[in-house]
Design a protein around this ligand. Structure first.
Ligand SMILES: Cc1cc2nc3c(=O)[nH]c(=O)nc-3n(C[C@H](O)[C@H](O)[C@H](O)COP(=O)(O)OP(=O)(O)OC[C@H]3O[C@@H](n4cnc5c(N)ncnc54)[C@H](O)[C@@H]3O)c2cc1C
Length: 341
């Protein structure tokens, strides 16, 4: 056996919100064989398994995880072909934003609006990472996985992944079945940036950034995100978070009042702004409850104000959900994954 199984490893440092007790067992895997060994070890020792990427979309319980945490750290970027489109295979453990930066420098369009998002490449298909009018589902060609049911390496097409708003096969229908080992993207060589989101469109226009200037659009996205505390920055406590803690609810159009900002979703449905609902349910930016709180820049980000526990975060989350439910009759769904509760 080549993989090392450590014991009692603190998980908080592996998360962007800096919360969570220890993993009973922990393994970092850098190749598929080690990943297989780790999965076999968990099965042979009857241990529950959790797959950890960059820890930017997790709320881990104060008691930690009573099982094996496998930190996927597979590396490598391979350009498989390049003509009108660049087909690029990226190993799951690569840092997402490093890959976006690389694509932008090379003039490969399709992921520039997803600049500044923390985490690993392998996690991006899980919740169909999206921002500023783009989602990875638009450019994911294939997802390579290790199927925990039979231990085989398989390749899923974009269609197989059943992507939808902040969701996919991996988050919904086949939760915990697959470990993503690599994602292949298809990006338009020399393409223009996709600027659909009004706030970004305004920003880009005001600064005279051309749509074929992917670097300029990336810069604009990062600048807008920074204003909202949505780019990790050790010196900015507002970024000690999971990003947006709640999804924008998609509800029957009849539930939306005129004053609520709403955007067309599927037929008869509208997407509401979770941030607006939170604010209008009485929570201001910077609201604090014990050591947990809301970012001073954005009501959608729940932050660790210093020394917060998962229990404190949950108390705040439940308070927000309750007040939004009471005021608007709408249920806010958390976006992060809750581990060890
Ligand atoms: C400041 C900030 C801003 C953010 N902005 C955005 C945003 O704009 N848009 C957005 O969509 N998200 C955003 N997020 C959330 C987060 O960055 C993304 O969801 C990211 O893709 C999570 O990646 P990760 O590697 O950190 O995953 P983790 O947090 O480690 O894991 C998340 C989930 O994916 C699973 N997982 C991870 N890797 C694998 C794998 N290889 N195989 C199978 N399952 C796996 C885990 O088991 C877990 O269920 C933000 C977060 C922060 C902190």
């Amino acid at each position: 056996m080549t993989v090392t199984i450590e014991q009692n490893v603190a998980l908080a440092p592996f998360t962007t919100i800096g919360i969570g007790g220890p993993a009973r067992f922990f393994a970092r895997v850098t190749d598929i064989d080690a990943l297989r060994e780790a999965l076999d070890w968990a099965r042979d020792h009857s241990q529950p398994l959790f797959i950890l990427g960059g820890g930017s979309n997790l709320l881990i319980s104060d008691d930690g995880f009573d099982g094996l945490v496998v930190h996927v750290d597979l590396r490598g970027v391979t350009v498989e072909s390049k003509d009108e489109y660049a087909t690029v295979r990226v190993a799951a453990g690569e840092v997402w934003d490093d890959f976006v930066a690389m694509a932008v420098v090379r003039g490969w369009a399709g992921i520039e609006c997803l600049s500044g998002i923390p985490g690993s490449v392998g996690a991006t298909p899980i919740q169909n990472v999206g921002a500023y009018g783009q989602e990875v589902s638009e450019t994911v060609a294939r997802v390579e996985v290790l199927d925990r049911r039979d231990g085989l390496v398989k390749t899923l097409t974009n269609w197989d992944c059943r992507f939808s708003y902040r969701s996919s096969l991996f988050k919904n229908y086949e939760r915990e079945r697959y470990v993503v080992t690599a994602v292949t993207f298809r990006l338009k060589v020399g393409g223009n940036a996709t600027v659909r989101y009004p706030e970004l469109a305004r920003f880009v226009e005001e600064r005279g950034v051309a749509l074929d200037d992917l670097q300029g659009v990336r810069g604009a996205v990062i600048a807008i995100r920074k204003r909202k505390g949505m780019v990790l920055d050790a010196s900015d406590p507002d970024t000690r978070s999971d990003g947006s803690f709640f999804m924008n609810p998609i509800v029957d159009a009849s539930l939306a009042t005129e004053e609520m900002p709403h955007f067309p979703a599927s037929e008869g449905m509208v997407k509401l702004s979770a941030a607006w609902l939170i604010e209008h349910a009485g929570f201001e930016k910077g609201f604090a409850l014990g050591n947990a709180g809301l970012s001073t820049k954005h009501t959608l980000a729940v932050i660790n104000r210093g020394g917060a526990t998962a229990r404190e975060v949950l108390a705040l989350v439940e308070l927000i959900q309750r007040r939004v439910r009471e005021k608007f009759g709408i249920e806010l769904q958390p976006e992060p994954n809750f581990i060890g509760f």
